[in-house]
Design a protein around this ligand. Structure first.
Ligand SMILES: NC(=O)C1=CN([C@@H]2O[C@H](COP(=O)(O)OP(=O)(O)OC[C@H]3O[C@@H](n4cnc5c(N)ncnc54)[C@H](OP(=O)(O)O)[C@@H]3O)[C@@H](O)[C@H]2O)C=CC1
Ligand SMILES: O=CC(=O)O
Length: 313
């Protein structure tokens, strides 16, 4: 029987499924990295989320046949190194789409209407402050949302924004799409026209620090910037500067250049930033569905089949 090393702990039902196909060693890398690394020489399959799978790791895992990411993003995988060794990589691109789109709508409302700040104020006994007009937020409904990276998740956000909040939606990709509930725009045009700017591209060599100071300067002073893609798609120091100098009004951030976020990161001290701990897909149902999807991909590859969600390197 092959061995699967799980570096984040799967839910019980998924574990039972995996155990029908392999011996499973659970070695949570964030709790005991040494134990995880020591298990690598026996690993035929690897399952988990976010750990950098690079040359160094692959040298320690000579039997490895498949790496199954419990995530859509796969910027943690060195695809060149995996492909060179003939190792299959898989992700979970579909089961989380609606949940992530819901999170983004929540983050947009939270940042625009200052919901977390209001909650903190009430709990800290500052009821009156929060009713002062200096605390007021801005409307979401009937505004313009610009989505940079209009893929599977972006499209669901566009549907919610348009049907539920009567928003006009612009989008920018490298290529224009057919049949989307949004209007294609050049990057500058989108930045200048949008009240809400959502970043949703994958992190690649091309998109690293895609949004920088010059882009924040093109946004409206009342713009709310949202990032649920990856932290490094925006130059974080420039985002902090844009908030500090009031180049933009507010931000909703789910992802950071460094995760877990450094407690000293200036973003965390900014009242105008709503800061979430990378929880786009974090519901019990969706996380279980993601693990099950990843487990099925892993089992298929170990059985010599081409998994449905194989990442094309
Ligand atoms: N916060 C969270 O918990 C989550 C975060 N994510 C992140 O969201 C990302 C997007 O997910 P998803 O919507 O499923 O991905 P998709 O692949 O469906 O969509 C990505 C879109 O980005 C566009 N894009 C890619 N490169 C560029 C570029 N250089 N310039 C402009 N547009 C670009 C693509 O269009 P085109 O090719 O035409 O340019 C595509 O439409 C994931 O890669 C992941 O990093 C995903 C799930 C949860
Ligand atoms: O960030 C999460 C993902 O699925 O990608």
């Amino acid at each position: 029987m092959p061995t699967i090393v799980a570096y984040t702990k799967p839910p019980e039902r998924v574990l039972a499924f995996l155990e029908q196909h392999a011996e499973v060693k659970i070695r949570p890398a964030h709790q005991d990295e040494e134990a995880f690394l020591q298990a690598l020489p026996e690993a035929d399959g690897l399952i988990g989320a976010g750990y950098p799978v690079n040359e160094k790791l692959l040298e320690m895992a000579p039997r490895l046949k498949v790496v199954s990411n419990v995530s859509t993003g796969y910027d943690n995988l060195d695809m060149k190194a995996l492909t060179a060794r003939g190792i299959t990589a898989t992700n979970t691109p579909y089961v989380l789409i609606d949940t992530v789109a819901d999170t983004i709508m929540g983050m947009m409302l939270a940042a625009a209407r200052r919901i977390p700040q209001a909650d903190r104020g009430v709990k800290e006994g500052r009821w009156k402050d929060k009713r002062d007009e200096s605390f007021f937020g801005v409307n979401v409904h009937h505004k313009t949302l610009g989505i940079i990276g209009m893929g599977k998740i972006g499209e669901e956000v566009a549907r919610r924004a348009s049907a539920g909040f009567h928003m006009d939606v612009l989008y920018h990709n490298r290529s224009e799409k057919q049949n989307v509930e949004a209007v294609y725009a050049g990057l500058d045009e989108l930045l200048e026209a949008s009240d809400f700017v959502l970043l949703m591209t994958p992190l690649t060599a091309e998109t690293k620090h895609f949004i920088r100071r010059e882009h924040f300067r093109k946004m409206k002073k009342t713009a709310v910037f949202l990032n649920a893609a990856r932290g490094a798609v925006v130059k974080e120091t420039d985002l902090i500067e844009a908030l500090e100098t009031k180049e933009i009004l507010a931000a909703g951030i789910d992802v950071y250049e460094q995760e877990p976020v450094d407690p000293g990161n200036p973003l965390l001290a900014l009242d105008s930033a709503v800061t979430l701990p990378h929880i786009g897909s974090a519901t019990a149902e969706t996380r279980e569905a993601m693990y099950q999807d990843a487990a099925e991909q892993c089992a298929a590859a170990l059985a010599g089949k081409v998994p449905e969600h194989k990442i094309e390197g």
